[in-house]
Design a protein around this ligand. Structure first.
Ligand SMILES: *[C@@H]1O[C@H](CO)[C@@H](O)[C@H](O)[C@H]1NC(C)=O
Length: 355
């Protein structure tokens, strides 16, 4: 207490009366300390016109981007990052999960060595994203996710890397059967039998739950209920009151729905990492350069400020923006091909700052 009073007095540069401290201290404690969260970008490569890897590295470093998610362990891509100081999330493709699950930890170790560690120093790897959106989007692979993660974990332990290279498995928002209001967040009963072992693994290994969240999709599919301002962080007051918690933007509400769902399965305190989020610049309703800038800029600013969400204030959530470039080889709706933040010549499509 004495030390705290001293530092408080120093901060203000004034001598504070004890009676004043009685009023000041509670305020001091009410403000949660904030932890800035890392910001990264996804490097999707479903395109035939992307800049050369060396140009991509220049673009990333000149923009101060030091965290990147790559979806596949393509040797040339990994090699291009080697020695750059850029930290990576590297995807382990869905298609390899059955072999990793059925094989021994030794098979996983050999797979890691020849497909990943041979091409990139291990100290640049933050996470391996084991499968992508498997449980709700590619359910054939669901039974293989956690067994593959367990084998990979044992392989990492053998190499003394289990504490520095974390394993997780990004999921789409469609794993939730309810998310409005956030406190109703619940996993789809059809996938609960696969989610619970995943949560147990993450909790046991101190690893985050990875989510791909697109308020853009929630907004466009329910624009009669959701305002654009709420989706773009432009609301200056709470839009949704959920019990004691007030929500001013859809991003926070989407994150907290996951946290509630995880807690309902009995796991408290598992952190989240947003492995994809973004807003398209064209090809769909409210897809524009202005809106993409408004959305992504706010996501970045809030992660940097470490504001967290109403359910976990002060705990900034790490985010990976989607996407570095437009991907012309993507199938589906037109907007799917227009999430790029940078043009193919390396110029910014809109003026977002990463540092
Ligand atoms: C999660 O991990 C913590 C810390 O290791 C442990 O105390 C807790 O029992 C675990 N929760 C569940 C539901 O397994």
């Amino acid at each position: 207490m004495a030390a705290l009073s001293g530092s408080l007095a120093q901060i203000s540069g004034l001598t504070i009366q004890d009676s004043m401290l009685i009023f000041l201290l509670p305020l001091f404690f009410l403000q949660s300390p904030t932890v800035a969260a890392p910001i990264g970008i996804c490097y999707g490569r479903v395109a035939d016109n992307l800049p050369r890897p060396s140009d991509v590295i220049n673009l990333l470093t000149s923009n101060g981007i030091s965290n990147v998610r790559v979806f596949n362990p393509v040797p040339l891509t990994l090699k291009s990052f080697s020695g750059t100081g850029i930290n990576l999330i590297i995807g382990v493709p869905n298609e390899i999960l059955p072999s990793l699950a059925a094989g021994s930890p030794t098979f996983s170790l050999e797979w890691l060595q020849s497909n990943i560690f041979y091409h990139i120093p291990t100290n640049q790897i933050r996470y391996l994203a084991v499968g992508n959106e498997v449980l709700s989007k590619d359910p054939y692979y669901s039974p293989f996710v956690v067994p593959a993660m367990i084998n990979l974990y044992q392989a990492l332990q053998t190499l003394n890397l289990a504490n520095s290279v974390k394993l997780s498995s990004p999921q789409a928002a469609s794993v939730l059967s309810a998310s409005y209001p956030p406190s109703s967040g619940t996993f789809d009963p059809y996938i609960v039998s696969n989610i619970v072992p995943l949560l147990r693994f993450l909790n046991d290994t101190n690893s985050p739950f990875m989510v791909n969240v697109y308020p853009y999709l929630s907004y466009t599919s329910s624009s009669e209920y959701i305002s654009l301002d709420y989706a773009l962080f432009r609301s200056d007051k709470a839009v949704l009151q959920d019990g004691a918690l007030a929500y001013g933007n859809l991003f926070d509400a989407s994150i907290d729905a996951f946290i509630y769902a995880i807690e309902k399965e009995g796991f408290v305190g598992v952190p989240l990492v947003v492995t994809e989020t973004g807003w398209p610049t064209s090809g769909g309703a409210e897809a524009s350069v202005e809106n993409a800038l408004a959305y992504n800029e706010n996501v970045v600013r809030r992660a940097q400020a470490g504001v967290g969400t109403p359910k976990r204030p002060g705990q900034g959530v790490a985010v990976f923006l989607f996407d570095l470039f437009d991907e012309d080889g993507k199938s589906g709706a037109e907007y799917e091909r227009h999430f790029g933040i940078f043009g193919l010549d390396g110029s910014k499509i809109y003026d977002i700052r990463f540092n």
